[in-house]
Structures are given as structure tokens and as C-alpha cells.
Design a protein around this ligand. Sequence first.
Ligand SMILES: C[S@@+](CC[C@H](N)C(=O)[O-])C[C@H]1O[C@@H](n2cnc3c(N)ncnc32)[C@H](O)[C@@H]1O
Length: 251
Amino acid sequence: MRLRNIPRAGSVLDACKEVVKDETEYRGRWREIFGNPRPIHIEIGMGKGQFLLTLAAKNPDINYIGIERYSSVLLRAVERFQSEGGSAKIPAQGKLPDDHAPADKPGISNIRFICMDARNVPDVFAPGEIDRIYLNFSDPWPKSRHASRRLTSKEFLARYHKILSDGGAIEFKTDNRALFDFSVTEVLESPFFVMDRHTFDLHRDTVMNQGNIMTEYEEKFSSLGNPICKLIATTHKTAFSCIYSIEEIMS
Ligand SMILES: C[S@@+](CC[C@H](N)C(=O)[O-])C[C@H]1O[C@@H](n2cnc3c(N)ncnc32)[C@H](O)[C@@H]1O
């Protein structure tokens, strides 16, 4: 993604109540921010936000948090959110800190944003606080010396495992076959995750493509004819089930 320094990014993000600035302060208390006990799903590297904003509008019973490293990119998602009438409402029983309280108009109330590097997710979310993590068209970092920066590397899988609930899941989509193959291997070798499902051509997979929401990159690359790969991996707590699942997949 081409990055430009956009001078208004700081002021727009500062003024937006749905952008949580002091994110480490809410570790273990994210449901207070939403004012309800519903599951929390996050997208890491949300880009301009098409995927998460669509998902949040479709699923009011789930709370969503979009994470993006660059303020100039998050700005695009927040501006889209605002132009679509998004605005958080105060839940009647909620004890929201003033900063994240309300809204004067109705809109999507189940989404928040954080500008941060995903490597810090264990400082921001408590163990078990997150139920699902979406990774869409993550940066490939093609040089092997940068493998640990890939969002599906074993280093990142260990971070995700710290914050996911038991049975929580990661969903990963990409058109980059080398990155996908790397990610499959990392999941199969992980002591923390089991492969639930995967496909090398999502848009032709009638089961996995059901309800699929396209991201900006997915629209762009599938229109060029690139097949889209997807995997879903779930957490488990015992080494035994990990060994079992690798044998099962290899057989
Ligand atoms: C290639 S873009 C994909 C955007 C969007 N998910 C899509 O599918 O259209 C990857 C995005 O992930 C963000 N990103 C990459 N590494 C990140 C990290 N460590 N923490 C947070 N965001 C990250 C980038 O800034 C970029 O916006």
C-alpha cells in the first residue's frame, strides 16, 4: 500500500471517539468499552476498512476492533466509517470512560479502531479476551530474514494465542501463494493452533466462500484473475491434539 503523510490524520483520529488512543489501559476491560459482554473480533492490518465496516454492519451482536499500523491508512477507514454514519451509542448499562462515550446520532456502535503495531497485541488484550482474528492480504515480507515480521509467522501465532479464547480462531486470506504456503506450514508446526479448513481458490470453494466479504486488495487481485487462498486455524490448549492434527493432515 502506498503511504503518504496526510497532515490531517492526527487531528481527525484524535477527534474520533471510536479511535481508542490509550489502548493498553483497556487490557482486560474491552467489553466495558463496548458496554456489553459480546464476543470481540479484531482485524489486524485493516487498511481502508471495507472488510471490517461491512462485517460490523452485518453482525451487530459482535464487537469489532480494527488495528492498523499507519495513521494515514487508518484515516481512510475512519473517514469511511464517518461517511457511512458510524457513531458509537452509549449502552444503557455501560460504564464507559468519557473519552469513548457516545454519540449524538445512531449508527454502527460495535466497532472501534486502534493505531498500533500488531506485535504489541499481548500488551493491549488480556488472555482469552479476543474470539477471532482476521488477517487479510498481509504484507508478504519476501526476504527470509524478515520472516518473523509476517503476520502469520510463528512469532505472531504465539502472540495471537496469548489473547485468543479457547477455541478462538484466526482467518487468513491472501493471493500470495508463497506467503500462504509459509502460513500453512507455520500453523501445522504451531503448538498453539490446529488447521481447521483451507482452500487455494476461495471464490470457487462453495463452502468456504459462503458469506465471504471482499477486502479492497481481494477485489483488486481477484479482478486480475489471481486465485485467493484462505485458511482458518483454531486454538487448542494441549500438545497432544497438535501432534494428532499434524499426523491427520499429513496422512
Ligand atoms: C497489503 S495491506 C491490506 C489491507 C486490507 N487488509 C485489504 O485486504 O485490503 C496490509 C495492511 O496491513 C498493515 N500492517 C502491516 N503490518 C502491520 C502490523 N504489524 N501491525 C498493524 N498493521 C499492519 C499495513 O499498514 C497495511 O495497511
